[in-house]
Design a protein around this ligand. Structure first.
Ligand code: ATP
Ligand code: MG
Length: 286
């Protein structure tokens, strides 16, 4: 109910505000400055300038902008891998914990080259299982220190979870026994996505996740991103210099330039009537 009510005694109850869902991830005027150049001529390079953005559960925010505009730095800050020089990062309504291990399995990233997250010596099944094994080990350790032992997943149930996840990303469960070099680039990126999603994270960053793939494979992976997000409901940051790809997956778009977010808009509005001059230039180049 969102209306003011007047009681019989004449007292007035103010309208109950409609509850707004807490964003999964929020940056509030986050800035990052990198030192650059030799010590005797040290310069400070601002990579993020007062970046404010929110990502809700089930929402994909596309981040576009030229090379060096601060997209990856923004991702690192959102994932708690880099502390902002100033400003605040909130995950599920709370400030970023000082220890990143408190976030184990709750945030994940899919990178441009799957080999960056897949160990070439490890069988695919082990790579996919790893974040789950780590998250469970940390949860067990935390529980041991408070209330004694809890049971983790057995290796059988982890194998089952891996098989389910591989099938979810369109691979045969038997792929678990292979090594990354035995797979195509598209299959490897599917494995990287399975690995990212096995812990059911609430927030996922895709940083140029389709940029290294053939165009036809790109379309398949973009479809997969849309499907898994609809199923699992995580909030996502989808970073790409490819405005066509971003249009396909993102609900909203943030445009970055020189470390600033210069425009944020719903995807359809952005592509139809971009507001910022720089956004228009980007779209004309497309
Ligand atoms: N570790 C670092 N040390 C110093 N400067 C850095 C560091 N990482 C990034 N920068 C600088 O910060 C700025 C933003 O870089 P960032 O990697 O976030 O851009 P990007 O938008 O992801 O670019 P690309 O599209 O090429 O991936 C650039 O000027 C870059 O040179
Ligand atoms: Mg980058």
């Amino acid at each position: 109910m969102n209306q003011m009510s007047i009681h019989r005694d004449g007292s007035v109850e103010p309208p109950t505000p409609t509850p707004t869902p807490t964003p999964v991830l929020e940056l509030d005027r986050a800035s990052v400055v990198f030192p650059s150049g030799p010590p005797w001529r040290r310069r400070r390079v601002p990579a993020m300038r007062e970046v404010t953005l929110q990502v809700s559960a089930g929402e994909t925010l596309g981040v576009v902008g030229e090379s060096g505009s601060g997209k990856t730095t923004t991702a690192m800050v959102a994932l708690g891998l880099r502390r902002p020089t100033t400003g605040v990062v909130r995950f599920e309504g709370a400030s970023m914990p000082r220890r990143r291990r408190a976030l184990a399995g709750r945030m994940q990233v899919v990178l441009q080259h799957p080999q960056w997250s897949l160990d070439p010596r490890m069988r695919v099944g082990r790579s996919v299982a790893e974040p789950l094994v780590v998250a469970e080990r940390l949860a067990r350790r935390a529980a041991n220190t408070t209330s004694g032992a809890i049971n983790g997943s057995s290796s059988g149930s982890i194998t089952d979870a891996v098989a389910v996840m591989l099938e979810k990303v369109g691979l045969d469960a038997s792929v678990a026994k292979r090594h990354p070099h035995e797979l195509s680039g598209g299959q490897r990126q599917r494995v990287a996505i399975a690995r990212a999603l096995i812990t059911r994270p609430r927030f996922v960053v895709f940083d140029e996740a389709v940029s290294a793939l053939d165009v036809s494979v790109q379309a398949q992976i973009l479809n997969l991103v849309v499907d898994v997000q609809a199923e699992y409901g995580f909030g996502a940051l989808f970073i790409s210099h490819d405005l066509g790809a971003v249009r396909y997956v993102a609900h909203r778009i943030a445009v970055m330039r020189h470390g600033c977010v210069v425009e944020t808009a719903d995807t359809e509005t952005f592509y139809r009537t971009p507001e910022h001059e720089y956004s228009r230039q980007l779209l004309e180049a497309l």
